[in-house]
Write a protein that binds this ligand. Structure first.
Ligand SMILES: [Zn+2]
Length: 78
């Protein structure tokens, strides 16, 4: 299981525990029931290896918002 962070427009931040990789993009607020978007700067993952954390965040974010690849062909930057 992993803890995912969401931000209710009315109540602010809250966390949701879900199996790893199964966090929905929006969740129902635990306090008021409003649909709340996922926060990608999840502090609950702060203890994780930074490279792994950003890779996971990118991987999940890319489902809906593909990131433009800026790496030049054949380049090994990053
Ligand atoms: Zn709320």
């Amino acid at each position: 299981m992993a803890t995912y962070a969401y931000r209710c427009p009315a109540c602010g931040d809250f966390d949701l525990t879900r199996p790893m990789g199964e966090a929905p993009d929006r969740a129902v607020c635990t306090r008021c029931g409003a649909s709340s978007p996922r926060r990608w700067d999840a502090p609950s993952l702060a203890g994780m290896n930074p490279a792994l954390r950003s890779a996971l965040a990118r991987e999940e974010a890319s489902r809906d918002a593909p990131e433009v690849v800026r790496r030049s062909p054949g380049g090994e930057r990053r």
